[in-house]
Each structure stands twice: as C-alpha cells, then as structure tokens.
Design a protein around this ligand. Sequence first.
Ligand code: URA
Ligand code: SF4
Length: 211
Amino acid sequence: AYTAEPFVPDEAGDLDALRRAAADCRGCPLHRDATQTVFGTGNDHARVMLVGEQPGDQEDRQGKPFVGPAGRLLDRALAEAGIDPGDAYVTNAVKHFKFTQAEPRKRRIHKTPTLREMTACGPWLAAELAVVEPELIVLLGATAGKALLGSSFRVGEVRGALLEREIHGRPEKLVATVHPSSVLRAQDDKDRKAAYEGLVADLKVAARALS
Ligand code: URA
Ligand code: SF4
C-alpha cells in the first residue's frame, strides 16, 4: 500500500524537521507530477489547526498552503469569525497537488485525492498533530473530515457543531465546515453569499470553542 510512513522521522522533533523530511516524501505517486511538497505552516503551538484538502495550483508553485484564491477567502472568513491567523496552524490532508492537464502549459485542473492517497499521506498529518497539539481542529471540507474521522464522514451531517472524537489515541475537539473552494464554486452571487455566511457561522463556533 502507498504510505508516507518510511519517510516520517522516528523522533517527532519539531515542525521544521518534519517539513524537511516531507520534502523528500515518495509515499504515493502524487509527488511525481507536483512541483513540491506543501507542508503546513504557522505557529508550532497554535491553538487551532485548520485542515484543508490538498494544495492547489498556487500552493504547488509557492510551496505554502492556502495562498491562492481559496486561501484569501479563508483569511477573510477567519477574520470575520474572530480567529487570529497568528493562533492558527494551517495544513492539508494531502501534501502534493493532484491535477489533470490536457496538454503541457495548459491550465492544471484540481482532482480530488482518493482515499488511498489520503491514507498514504495520513502519517504527516498525524505527526503535525503530535507536535502542535492544538486545542481545536477545524476540518475544511470532506477530504479533511475523511482523513481524520474516517470515510463515512459527511460535512453536511456535522458542520457547525463542536465534536469530540478520539484521534490517534488522543481526545480531540473538532469543528467541521465546508471547504472555502466550494464557496468560490457557487453558481451565482446569492448562493455564494449564503455559502460564505455559512462558512463564517461555522468558524464562529470554532472561535467560541477557543475563547
Ligand atoms: N485548497 C486546499 O484545500 N488547500 C490549500 O492549501 C489550497 C486550496
Ligand atoms: Fe508523500 Fe503525501 Fe506527497 Fe503522497 S501526497 S508523496 S504521501 S507527501
């Protein structure tokens, strides 16, 4: 089976050590076509860990999570909900960009990672959790939810509620919400506004859990 396991240092150490090791991960085939590993960023002892799906086109180029359009929307929503970005560690369930491309130099189109790829990359997310030990995890969308809570996870069933679940043997508090990209994909302005407000409302539940 595909797995990042052999690439993860035995000693958890710090995030920089993990980040350096993850740069050479060959745990699944996604490293082949992507530019680089996009590891999490932020405060080593952040109170809240935000988990997205996988890097997008901009993240793949820049090597940092949530620096593209979805990231800008997320930053705005976090500010509106009252979550300080300095209190947050931001990462993804899968660390390499998965995409299709009709021809070289054509636009790279995001593809949702499979359960196998999420499972393969899971040891990195587990290692980040072990170092950061956040008070709260915010799951941004279905992939993040499935990666940490299992394949039966459905955002619509649990969004906006404070959840308590055991993850890797430790009790964790979590709040799930939609992925910021889903707000950008809304059909029209009215739907987009409603989706954005839903995201902010869920993030306010997270903000309250932190206060
Ligand atoms: N979408 C994600 O899930 N993660 C990113 O880093 C950027 C966009
Ligand atoms: Fe390793 Fe994850 Fe990249 Fe696959 S997606 S090569 S498991 S870092």
